[in-house]
Design a protein around this ligand. Structure first.
Ligand code: NAP
Length: 260
């Protein structure tokens, strides 16, 4: 077989992606990174004007981007997101399930089950629904890829955040299962596992110096990660650079999970 030295494995020209939670933070950085490598991107988030602004910024930098205002936890949202992406961009090759997060801290003993369900709905149920809607399109693409965003909170015990840790651990398992089910269709499925990244989601950990230094003391590289650093790893997983990789977790955490 001839070696193709001309092909840039990170080039996404001609491909399309749907990125959820893309109005700010990690999702926005991923959308910008994919777009800068030639991918046409659909950005989804609940707040219409901010997601529109994020898409416009990409277009102003010469990329192709559209915005879709949607709450991924609403009935029918996953179908609408996939249908609108395909109709506006002409197809769907890459699904980035990034919308997620955690809005409260509480020990299991006093957690309301409604809080547990809400966390699962956002982080797990919406991911499953989007995978179901996207798979037929990804299977008919020559480059079908899913990247599910997990968290280091899902790798070990997550005291006060058991709901979030369990949801992100479910993402890791779901990723492996879907990878095995979809491999024969040529669809690759991996999860991207960020450590502590400086976004709105982690603002509450920067409220005072004590809290912040306690977080950073557990990070061998000794600093917050940047959304762009997660986006670089997302580009790797979304592109041919990772063409022989499926069912895996890629951890980008400044060494946090390597700590004894
Ligand atoms: N930051 C970290 O340290 C960290 C660490 C590990 C894992 N993660 C994971 O990385 C992902 C992104 O986190 P982030 O830090 O970038 O969060 P963020 O800054 O809070 O941004 C969240 C994004 O998701 C959107 N979103 C939230 N709920 C949504 C919903 N129901 N439907 C559609 N869009 C929704 C938000 O826009 P709207 O509010 O307008 O909807 C926003 O665009 C999450 O899955 C998170 O669990 C983050």
């Amino acid at each position: 077989m001839a070696v193709d030295n001309e092909h840039d494995p990170y080039d996404l020209t001609g491909r399309t992606a749907l990125i959820t939670g893309a109005s700010r933070g990690i999702g926005r950085a991923i959308a910008e990174e994919l777009a800068s490598h030639g991918c046409a991107v659909a950005l989804a988030a609940r707040t219409a004007d901010t997601v529109q602004q994020a898409a416009e910024a990409i277009e102003q930098s010469g990329g192709r981007a559209v915005a879709i205002a949607a709450d991924v936890t609403e009935d029918g949202a996953s179908e609408r997101l996939v249908t609108e992406t395909v109709s506006m961009l002409g197809g769907l090759d890459i699904l980035i399930n990034n919308a997620g997060g955690n809005s409260f801290s509480v020990p299991v003993a006093s957690m309301r089950l409604s809080g547990w369900s809400k966390t699962m709905a956002l982080n797990v149920d919406a991911t499953v629904a989007l995978i179901q809607q996207a798979l037929p399109h990804l299977a008919s693409s020559s480059y079908g890829v899913i990247v599910n965003v997990g968290s280091v909170a899902g790798l070990r015990g997550a005291p006060m955040m058991s709901h979030y840790g369990a949801a992100k651990a479910a993402i890791a398992s779901l990723t492996r299962s879907v990878a095995l089910e979809a491999a024969h269709q040529g669809v690759r499925v991996n999860s991207l596992v960020p450590g502590w990244i400086e976004t709105d989601l982690t603002d509450f950990l920067r409220v005072d110096e004590g809290t912040e230094s306690s977080v950073l003391s557990r990070v061998p590289l000794g600093r917050w990660g940047r959304s762009e650093e997660i986006a670089h790893a997302a580009l790797f997983l979304a592109s041919d650079a990772s063409s022989f990789m499926t069912g895996q977790e890629l951890i980008v955490d400044g060494g946090l999970s390597a700590m004894p």
